[in-house]
Design a protein around this ligand. Structure first.
Ligand code: NAP
Length: 261
C-alpha cells in the first residue's frame, strides 16, 4: 500500500488495547485515562486510594467507556506486581503503561535537602516506573506495547529549589531511553512526555501564589498555565499505532516553557 492510500485515522484507535495508568485518580493521569478510553482502550485507573480510583472508573463507565480501578501505592513493589496481576485477571493483556504518579515533598536547595528525601523521591519517581515496567514486560512482549513515562520540563531544565525532583525526572528520561533500546526488539516502544506548568493539586504551591503565577504567565509564550486535558492528546498519540516509529523520544507540552525568556 502506498503512503497516500493508507488511512491515518484508524491508526489512532486503541480498541482492544489495555492500559495501566498510575496516579490516575485526578490531574494529568485522569485526563490521559479519559483520552485513552475515548479512543477505545480498556483503562486501569490506579492511585493509592481505592475509593478515588473507583470514582473515576465509575464515571468513565457511566459514559459507556471501559475502566476498572485498582489501588496501588507505587512505592510498594508488591502492590506494583499485584497491579499487573489484577490487570491480567481482569482483561487478559497489557498493551500500554503510563507511569504518571510522582512525588515532590520538598522545595529546597540541594545543600539543604535531606538524604531521606532524596531516597523517597527516587523511590517513587524512578524505581516505581522501573519496577512496574519490568513486571509488565513479559505481558508487553506477547504483542508489543507502548510505555509512556511522565517526566517534566524540570527533567530538562532544573529550577532552583527543585533539584531533587528535577534529578528524578532526568533519570526517568534515561530510564525511558534504556527501555526503548533494550525492548525495541520485542515490539515495545518507550517515550517520555514532559509537561510544563499544569494546573493540578501537584502544582498548587505555584499557582496559588499570585505573584509567582503572574511571573510565570508573563514569561511563557502561551501566556498561561496548561490544563490536564491538554496532555491527553500526546498520550493517545504515543499509545497508538500512529506513533509506531516513535521510541526513545522526549515530547514536551509546556506552553513554550523551554524557549521562554
Ligand atoms: P496530581 O493532580 O496531584 O495527581 C497525582 C496523582 O498521583 C493522583 O492520582 C494521586 O492519587 C496519585 N499518587 C500520588 N502519589 C502516589 C503514589 N505514591 N502511588 C500511587 N499514586 C500516587 O498531579 P499531576 O500534576 O497530575 O502530576 C502527574 C504527573 O505529572 C507527575 O509525574 C508530575 O511529576 C508530572 N508533572 C506535573 C506538572 C504540573 O505542573 N502539574 C508539571 C510537570 C510534570 P492518590 O492521592 O489517590 O494516590
Amino acid at each position: 500500500m502506498s503512503s497516500t492510500t493508507q488511512e491515518i485515522t484508524p491508526l489512532f484507535q486503541l480498541d482492544g488495547k489495555v492500559a495501566i495508568l498510575t496516579g490516575a485518580s485526578k490531574g494529568i493521569g485522569a485526563a490521559m485515562a479519559r483520552g485513552l478510553a475515548e479512543f477505545g482502550a480498556k483503562v486501569v485507573i490506579s492511585s493509592r486510594k481505592q475509593e478515588a480510583v473507583d470514582t473515576v472508573a465509575e464515571e468513565l463507565k457511566s459514559q459507556g467507556l471501559e475502566a476498572i480501578g485498582i489501588a496501588c501505592h507505587v512505592g510498594e513493589a508488591a502492590q506494583l506486581q499485584q497491579l499487573v496481576d489484577k490487570t491480567i485477571e481482569a482483561f487478559g493483556r497489557i498493551d500500554i503503561i503510563i507511569n504518571n504518579a510522582a512525588t515532590n515533598p520538598i522545595f529546597a536547595t540541594l545543600d539543604q535537602s535531606d538524604p531521606a528525601v532524596f531516597d523517597k523521591i527516587m523511590h517513587v519517581n524512578v524505581r516505581a516506573p522501573f519496577l512496574l515496567c519490568n513486571y509488565a514486560y513479559p505481558h508487553l512482549c506477547k504483542q508489543g506495547g507502548s510505555i509512556i513515562n511522565i517526566s517534566s520540563v524540570e527533567g530538562m531544565k532544573p529550577s532552583t529549589g527543585l533539584g531533587l525532583y528535577s534529578s528524578s525526572k532526568s533519570a526517568l528520561i534515561a530510564l525511558t531511553q534504556s527501555q526503548a533500546k533494550e525492548w525495541g526488539k520485542d515490539g515495545i516502544r518507550s517515550n517520555v512526555i514532559c509537561p510544563g506548568l499544569i494546573k493540578t493539586k501537584f502544582s498548587a504551591a505555584l499557582w496559588q501564589n499570585e505573584a509567582i503565577l503572574k511571573h510565570i504567565e508573563s514569561q511563557l509564550p502561551a501566556a498561561r498555565m496548561g490544563r490536564p486535558n491538554e496532555m491527553a492528546g500526546l498520550a493517545v498519540f504515543l499509545a497508538s499505532d500512529a506513533a509506531s516509529y516513535c521510541t526513545g523520544s522526549v515530547f514536551t507540552a509546556d506552553g513554550g516553557y523551554l524557549i521562554a525568556g
